[in-house]
Design a protein around this ligand. Sequence first.
Ligand SMILES: NC(=O)c1ccc[n+]([C@@H]2O[C@H](COP(=O)([O-])OP(=O)(O)OC[C@H]3O[C@@H](n4cnc5c(N)ncnc54)[C@H](O)[C@@H]3O)[C@@H](O)[C@H]2O)c1
Length: 377
Amino acid sequence: MPGTGRVGVGFIGAGMISDAYLANLTRFPDVEVLVIGDIDTERAAAQAAKRGVPRSGTADDVLADPDVEIVVNLTIPAAHVAVSTSALEAGKHVWSEKPIGVDRATAKGLVELAASSGLRLGIAPDTVLGAGWQAAKRAIEGGIIGTPLTAVTSMQWQGPDLMHPNADFLFAKGAGPLFDMGPYYFTALVHLFGPIESVAAFGTKAQATRTIKEGPRTGEVFPVEVPTHLSVLSSFEGGGAAQSLLSNDTALFRHGVFEVNGTEGTIVLPDPNTFGDTPIKVVRPLTGITGFPIEQDWETLPDVGEVFGRGLGVLDIARAIRGGGVHVATGEVGYHVLDTMVAVEESVARREYVDVESTVGPVPSLPESFDPLAATL
Ligand SMILES: NC(=O)c1ccc[n+]([C@@H]2O[C@H](COP(=O)([O-])OP(=O)(O)OC[C@H]3O[C@@H](n4cnc5c(N)ncnc54)[C@H](O)[C@@H]3O)[C@@H](O)[C@H]2O)c1
């Protein structure tokens, strides 16, 4: 029965990422996946059968299901706002994959609609809710590196056309390394440093077209509509600055570089496109140099155990719906990150610093005791 007990969930979008969500959300006891919808109803049916979800059909079937309280929007970026809006209008809470949308006006309208409807809007990534990321955030807040000053982040490789069967959407407006991977890095920066105040960026594009290399569309050539190599500088409202490389134009695969430099040390965080299953390490300033190469001692933070995966944000919303508290991965943060990324795009086009208009308050953390496998509702 809606309103009590575990929370009913319906998916719209049964593509590549749906599997990772379903794997977790079908094992977290506080939620129940009831229905999967997609334009491609056969794909929805196949995913439902694979994961033991009782019903499947179209997006409208999900919206019409009275037992669905949260719609999980896993459609492509260009469809995010329209699908999330229709879910809110149907009286459902929404979790949407990133980015929240592809332009400021409609994304802002979505955040306002959620607020005026009294419904929750959560925006990916929820990687930052993983046990590893939350432990790193607690350590920084606890002063492990003193006062955080700057961050260095890097994500570089040949690009997702290497493995994605529908890679064209990842090089269309609203995607590219900036909008596809940037949400992980900028969201993590906002969680740690607070809102971004202004950005400056250069962007280039190595290829005018790319080719699908996996699946039934293999060989299809599609246009590259966005910059595919970006160097971004960000300054934060509360002080501090970051430099971020986001590239689909390098042979070298190096994802997840995320380092925060503070007054008393540097912390190396997990890849923000993971839930934090790599060791968190800290290095202290040298007190002198005895020769080269320089050897530095690394401290490793205690292992956090299982970090879980995609779906934590949905679970956080489900518990907040029942308990009445805040949820962490909000629409406001999702909008601020989109606003930042659009400002980066504008900086690339205009070759100047661009101020980020939106702001957000401090981002809350999950309680240390947050256990996805506990039945709490
Ligand atoms: N693939 C990944 O590794 C990955 C990782 C993290 C996040 N994401 C994000 O997840 C989202 C989905 O990515 P994907 O890789 O699963 O894409 P995909 O192309 O494999 O799947 C998208 C699905 O959405 C359906 N769809 C599109 N518009 C729809 C609409 N209006 N109504 C109903 N169904 C609709 C499509 O038919 C398709 O089945 C994107 O926002 C992407 O940024 C993907």
